[in-house]
Design a protein around this ligand. Structure first.
Ligand code: NAD
Length: 322
């Protein structure tokens, strides 16, 4: 039986990954500062601990793991990353976690390690044109991410690659592009655009108005969580180190996203575009490399994932009101 360690298992992607690994027959140890918010983790062990503490990292790595998935990070949506208020914490906490994990994983001989980077590490100047953003993997340098979160991701990519070169740490690195779905943060300030839009649409009565940050013409693509987990597992099973994009290439404007959610909800609402924290003007996953290396591309349209996510968020709201 394969043994996996999932760091950041109490979060959105980590929670889904643990479920999938268990379904695949792995023995799983999960670690996070907190338990999963929306369902009980099926992990064989769930350790609540702070991975910025090297003694915690040593303790959680005390078994011969076949696979370590490093998803823990101090992160959130635009309201958390782009206001500037959390920059020091984001950089310090996430970099410390990665420094600890790379070092200990190497010392104890973890067989393979996955690191979750982000499309936020791509240069801002390549993402000025909302209709034609460049997020090809080899466009990363000269580096100019638009947030400290992106700089930390780039630093940690380089950290894992350096451990790979110097100490033979067997790493796989993916750059996630906006992953969304059920059991993701949907309120409280750390939620991302799809969840925020679903919540706003669910809360607003027919004929009402929802507020969307920016002019709404900024573009993004969104990948449903199940497809993300599948791509991560494919990357882990391959010989390809990466970094490689894991995302959808179905690019939409944020106003289009809002309209898609309204269609799913069968509601007619007015969009009011207001000033708010924004990232780059355009971003889309370039999937050429992952298709060539892993033969993978997303299989489902955006609207399908939005329908599942909307239904789930509506349920959360209904439960809250009961
Ligand atoms: P998330 O915030 O739901 O999960 C991250 C988890 O890390 C949280 O549960 C948090 O408690 C945990 N964590 C933070 N600091 C910790 C610490 N000191 N010790 C232990 N645990 C700690 O985020 P997510 O959406 O599941 O993202 C997982 C990874 O993927 C992150 O590294 C994130 O940067 C990356 N990523 C996500 C997206 C996305 O769209 N969701 C996009 C790009 C990159």
């Amino acid at each position: 039986m394969k043994k996996a360690l999932v760091c950041g298992a109490g979060g959105f992607i980590g929670g889904h990954l643990v479920k999938k690994l268990k379904a695949d027959g792995y023995w799983v140890r999960a670690v996070d500062l907190k338990n999963n918010e929306y369902s009980k983790s099926p992990a064989d062990e769930f350790i609540v601990g702070d991975l910025t503490d090297p003694t915690v990292v040593e303790k959680v790595c005390d078994l011969p793991f076949d696979e370590l998935f490093q998803l823990a990070a101090d992160m959130g949506g635009a309201g958390y990353i782009f206001t500037g208020e959390n920059d020091a914490n984001v950089m310090h906490n996430s970099a410390t976690i990665n420094l600890n994990i790379a070092n200990v994983a190497c010392k104890v001989g973890v067989k393979k390690i996955f690191y979750s980077s982000s499309a936020c590490m791509y240069p801002a100047h390549n993402q000025e044109d909302p209709n034609n953003p460049n997020c090809q993997e080899d466009s990363a340098y000269p580096a100019a991410p638009d947030s400290e979160y992106g700089w930390e991701k780039l630093f940690s990519e380089r950290l894992y690659l350096a451990y790979n070169r110097n100490y033979g740490l067997n790493v796989r690195i993916a750059r996630f592009h906006n992953i969304f779905g059920i059991e993701g943060t949907w309120q409280g300030g750390k939620e991302k655009a799809p969840a925020a839009v679903c919540r706003k649409v669910a809360e607003t009565p027919e004929g009402g108005t929802i507020e969307i940050w920016g002019d709404g013409l900024q573009t993004r693509s969104f990948l449903y969580i199940d497809e993300c987990v599948e791509a991560v597992q494919r990357l882990m099973a391959s010989d390809f180190t990466g970094p490689v994009n894991i995302g959808s290439d179905e690019m939409v404007t944020i106003n289009q996203l809002a309209k898609m959610v309204m269609t799913v909800a069968n509601k007619n609402l007015t969009i009011k575009n207001i000033p708010g924290p924004l990232g780059v003007k355009g971003r889309n996953s370039d999937n050429n490399l992952i298709q060539t290396k892993l033969g993978w591309k997303p299989s489902k349209p955006l609207t399908e994932g939005l329908a599942k996510t909307y239904t789930w968020i509506k349920q959360q709201l209904d439960n809250k009101q009961k």
